[in-house]
Design a protein around this ligand. Structure first.
Ligand code: MG
Length: 331
């Protein structure tokens, strides 16, 4: 069997590949390790929780409406730390560059990474650069790893019956922005990616109440993230279709493309489960930050299994875990 593009698409098919790629017997440094398949690892160190994560970036095109590969490379890692409850401290950057790549574009990517780091008070402290022959690589690939410190670690498996489900804003923006841009759609108003580093917003939310579980809905989108959270937590999630925030232009482009906006990547959003009594305070904290102003409570957690959507016309359907994100090379 050979690797296909779907093996990198963040859904059920990628899960099959991960069965091979996670066969490490040395996989846990005393805390939360590789076997948990959470957004990052946690290593206990002198009474502190060191959060550690890594992410590689191959988005096409490298400059797109609302962002670029540099902003994603920092935000992707910062957000995986943030959804574990970790304040981002330091990042590494490994760049693999194709011969012939424009150095002015590299400077633009670095400036964009630096701006994203500045937003959350993190620093890029170590790196590596390799160059491959023309044709051996499509432009550039960037890997970042990051370490953070968590006062309280938040997992993706802690949903409890009675919890409220909150999303921190509109869903589907990044994936649909990339796809619409590639297809050359002109919808009047341009669809822009939501790519953003979220620690500043998360710091406010963490201070406002208890968060039982949290995840960033990247590849495979909300559908993948919420199914993973429900399954790992052993609960059922019920969401109301009309409460799910989706931009009108994202909805219409998704319709034209035949893509479910709930199955495409977000790069600046968080999904969380919080005790019902804390939902108002956490929602207010999220809304007080520029990246969370469209936050909404969209559902609740009950006993049972599966993710169920109550539709606007009064029906019910499952939100299934997608086979993979329908947009290739989205991040
Ligand atoms: Mg993640």
């Amino acid at each position: 069997m050979k690797v296909t593009m779907m093996h990198g698409a963040g859904g059920e098919i990628m899960g099959e590949l991960l069965q091979t790629l996670t066969k490490f017997t040395h996989n846990n440094a005393g805390g939360i390790g590789l076997e948990a398949l959470d957004d990052g690892a946690v290593i206990p160190l002198n009474g502190q929780n060191l959060v550690f994560t890594t992410d590689s970036h191959i988005v096409r095109p490298i400059f797109f409406p609302g962002g670029d590969i540099g902003r994603i490379a920092v935000s992707g890692t910062v957000n995986d730390l943030a959804v574990m409850g970790g304040r981002p401290i330091a990042l590494s950057c490994g760049m693999i560059i194709e011969e012939g790549f424009d150095i002015a574009d590299l400077a633009r990517i670095v400036a964009s990474m630096d701006e994203a780091l500045g937003e959350v008070g993190a620093n890029l402290v170590t790196g590596d650069t390799k160059v491959m022959e023309k044709g051996a690589l499509d432009g550039i690939a960037i890997n970042t790893a990051g370490i953070g410190i968590a006062e309280k670690v938040i997992r993706d498996n802690g949903l409890q019956p009675g919890d409220s489900i909150i999303v921190s804003g509109t869903l589907g923006d990044h994936g649909i922005a990339i796809m619409a841009h590639r297809e050359g759609f002109d919808l009047g108003e341009q669809i822009t990616s939501d790519v953003a580093p979220l620690w500043g917003m998360m710091e406010k939310a963490l201070a406002a109440g208890t968060i039982h579980a949290m995840k960033d809905p990247t590849r495979g989108g909300f559908a993948s993230a919420i199914n993973e959270m429900a399954k790992k937590s052993g609960v059922c999630v019920r969401v109301k279709e009309e409460k799910i925030p989706i931009r009108r232009n994202v909805r219409s482009a998704a319709g034209m493309l035949g893509i479910d906006p709930l199955e495409v990547a977000n790069e600046g959003k968080v999904v969380m489960g919080v005790p019902q009594g804390d939902a108002d305070a956490i929602l207010a904290a999220l809304k007080s930050h520029k990246y969370g102003k469209d936050s909404a409570v969209i559902g609740t957690v009950t006993k049972g299994t599966h993710v169920i959507m109550e539709t606007a016309i009064g029906g019910e359907r499952f939100i299934e875990p997608p086979m993979g994100d329908p947009v290739p090379r989205v991040c």
